[in-house]
Design a protein around this ligand. Structure first.
Ligand code: CAA
Length: 386
């Protein structure tokens, strides 16, 4: 079991156990095949929904479990230890679209969209980035124009996780006009469903890692969106997206810690078995030092993440902590999986052993939901805003 410096309650341990047992039974036996085939197993959504894992932080009045952030992250790490692709699906759904509807949605939107999402009947996605708007998210170009009781949307969204399978997508689009551009304040958020006329799923990316999580482009061509699908206030969509990414980055940190924890476990087990020069390689200090450093960095990442989660639940401003937690955890995952391959030697470089996939899965945690460079910018800006 992963070391937790934060004391967990009996309920948190129970949910952690449930996540672990589910992942061992339903995910781990298939992970290598799903990775090889870039296959997303659709039945996972219903099964995770039945456990309540798609409504973990949604209050019971909206059919969720009403759990705190730390409990959610502990469960997410357990899933990520065995399959980071399934973990990102859970992270995006729980941290971004559901939280956005909960926080800024109308009662009608909560009834129609949030409740089925919490029950695991409908999967959520988040569409902010575009082919030419990545780190500079406020430069997005998808345009929404009001036409009677509809908005008409045109544009392309990129890097949408779970995009082929999602039923409810929160998409950010410009609602300012070409002769009155308002920058970040000219962007609004919309609740999009695939049944809208003009909605098309585009190219599915052929990725290095997280291959069992479908990442796609979405095309909106004169897509007519009923006016009551606007989320919250007009012109506030970018702010909502940024505030939600403060939550989302905690989920990605938990995913990255799961990857690093898996690298540690596999490396420690292999080092105890593998013999060279007449003894198990764990007897050599060169290997001991690597294992010690991985263990220390994983524990430090987990401590920062758990501290950030409890700060969030106390209602504290946590933009900088969320950026730090994601930055520390994702760089730990990349570093730990690199060390793991070194410990495995040639066997680490082949697909027969699990650390090769961990290494490929780790990389994107330094890129999505804000690159490591963006996290450093966010942390540095916060230093001067105190
Ligand atoms: N909370 C609340 N408000 C925030 C905020 C936050 N965390 N961050 C910014 N804002 C507000 C600012 O206060 C400002 O508001 P005012 O208009 O009132 O002044 C407004 O938003 C604009 O902010 P900035 O001037 O700071 O905007 P910027 O253009 O300089 O961008 C950035 C800031 C931090 C670089 C931002 O663009 C960013 O985070 N970029 C990375 C984007 C990202 O993480 N994308 C991930 C997409 S999702 C994904 O990865 C796929 C997936 O499905 C997993």
């Amino acid at each position: 079991m992963a070391w937790a410096l934060t004391p967990l309650t009996e309920e948190q341990r129970e949910i952690q156990r449930t996540a672990r047992e589910f992942a061992l039974a339903e995910i781990a036996p298939h992970s290598a095949d799903w990775d090889r085939d870039a296959y997303f197993e659709p039945s996972l959504v219903g099964k995770l929904g039945a456990l309540g894992f798609l409504g973990m932080m949604i209050p019971e009045q909206y059919d969720g479990l009403g759990l705190d952030t730390l409990t959610y992250l502990v469960a997410l790490e357990e899933i990520a230890i065995l399959d980071a692709s399934v973990a990102v699906m859970l992270s995006v759904h729980n941290s971004l679209p559901t939280q956005m509807i909960l926080r800024w949605g109308s009662e009608k939107q909560k009834e129609c969209f949030l409740k089925p999402m919490a029950r695991g009947e409908r999967l959520g996605a988040f569409a902010l980035s575009e082919p030419e708007a990545g780190s500079d998210a406020a430069s997005l170009r998808t345009q929404a124009v009001r036409d009677g009781d509809h908005w008409v949307l045109n544009g392309t969204k990129a890097w949408v996780s779970s995009g082929t399978k999602s039923d409810i997508i929160i998409a950010m689009a410009r609602t300012d006009t070409p002769d009155d551009r308002r920058g970040a304040r000219g962007i609004s958020a919309f609740v999009i469903t695939p049944d809208l006329p003009g909605f098309h799923v585009g190219k599915k990316e052929d990725k290095m890692g997280l291959r069992a999580s479908p990442t796609v482009q979405l095309h909106f061509s004169d897509m007519r969106v009923p006016a009551d699908r606007l989320l919250g206030q007009i012109g506030s969509g970018f702010i909502y997206a940024m505030q939600s990414l403060d939550n989302g980055r905690l989920g990605i940190a938990a995913q990255a810690i799961g990857i690093a924890e898996a690298a540690l476990r596999h490396s420690a087990a292999y080092a105890a078995e593998r013999k060279q020069f007449g003894k198990p390689i764990k007897e050599f200090q060169a290997i001991q030092f690597k294992l010690a450093d991985i263990a220390m960095r994983v524990s430090a990442s987990r401590a920062l993440l758990h501290m950030s989660a409890t700060a969030k639940d106390r209602g504290e401003h946590m933009t900088q902590f969320s950026a730090m937690a994601k930055l520390q955890a994702s760089e730990t995952a990349m570093w730990a999986t690199t060390q793991a391959i070194q410990i495995f030697g040639g066997y680490g470089y082949v697909k027969e052993y699990p650390v090769e996939r961990l290494f490929r899965d780790a990389k994107v945690t330094e890129i999505y939901e804000g690159t490591s460079e963006i996290q450093r910018i966010v942390i540095a800006r916060e230093l001067y805003s105190r």
